[in-house]
Design a protein around this ligand. Structure first.
Ligand code: PEP
Ligand code: MN
Length: 264
């Protein structure tokens, strides 16, 4: 694979108003795995605003392993995200799974996420590449670094240079954790590519007890931020409750990140 545009010297910074992903900042993107209802997403948005962390995630088209699991609210969830974004003045990220929904999603949120399972859905990559909306490109569950960067190239080739890479763990033989969070890959793509790289310790480990330590590790190796799942009541979450932080745990995480910013 010939990686073309990723070899220049400059580093890409993706600006959002007066903040950015890349450019020396450490972004914290937080929110539920799935948007479930108005109360849940508004409560979470309010917490994020109060803590001053600005970026919110929330899935509304959910790529579930089994068709009987909660599939997300779909378009209704997009409208809820759009309203929470307005009301709490947040920068919002949601996953798109089909080319049909790209335009509509881009009208309601600020960042489009390509999920791990769709990392090599080339039609979807080209479609988001034709927008100017920033894209979080998650690493495929079993993707090599070359394949991941090749997927980024599909987006950039269509004109959209606003790509953020996200390491979210890979499939290995190990079962103690949900995935194996590959922090060395973060270093590798930082060396090879000019794109910002964030880490998702929630999907990367599948365990709330490992999120804070892995978030610290991500900071220590120079990642440009983290994305974590937070839920007002993880025990009742419709997806990924076992890896979702409580509000209290999330507040603690933001405090630790602020403290460590002075160290790293
Ligand atoms: C998600 O972020 O909600 C998600 C489904 O993650 P991944 O694509 O990394 O599994
Ligand atoms: Mn999830």
């Amino acid at each position: 694979v010939k990686i073309k545009k990723q070899q220049d010297d400059h580093k890409t910074t993706i600006a959002f108003g007066n903040t950015s992903i890349g450019g020396g900042k450490f972004a914290i993107i937080a929110g539920p795995c799935a948007v479930e209802n108005e109360e849940q997403i508004f409560m979470t948005a309010k917490l994020i605003q109060n803590l001053g962390t600005v970026f919110m995630r929330g899935g509304t088209f959910k790529p579930r392993t089994i068709p009987y699991s909660f599939q997300g609210l779909g378009v209704d969830g997009l409208y809820l995200l759009g309203r929470a974004r307005q009301k709490y003045n947040l920068i919002v990220n949601t996953e798109v799974m089909s080319t049909d929904m790209v335009e509509l999603a881009a009208n309601h949120v600020d960042i489009l996420q390509i999920g791990s399972r769709n990392m090599q859905n080339f039609d979807l990559l080209k479609k988001v590449g034709k927008t100017s909306t920033p894209v979080i490109l998650k690493r495929g569950l079993a993707a090599t670094i070359q394949e991941w960067l090749g997927a980024a190239e599909y987006i950039m080739n269509e004109g959209n240079q606003n790509v953020i890479l996200c390491e979210r763990g890979i499939r290995t033989f190990e079962k103690y954790t949900r995935n194996t969070l590959d922090l060395s890959a973060v270093l590798a793509v930082k060396q090879i590519s000019h794109l910002p790289v964030i880490v998702d310790p929630s999907h990367g480990t599948g365990r709330t007890d490992m999120i804070l330590p892995m978030a610290k590790a991500a900071m220590a190796i120079g990642a440009d931020g983290i994305m974590v799942e937070v839920h007002p009541n993880p025990g009742q979450a419709l997806s990924d409750g076992e890896q979702s932080l409580t509000f209290e745990q999330f507040e603690n995480l933001t405090g630790e990140v602020a403290r460590l910013k002075k160290v790293f």
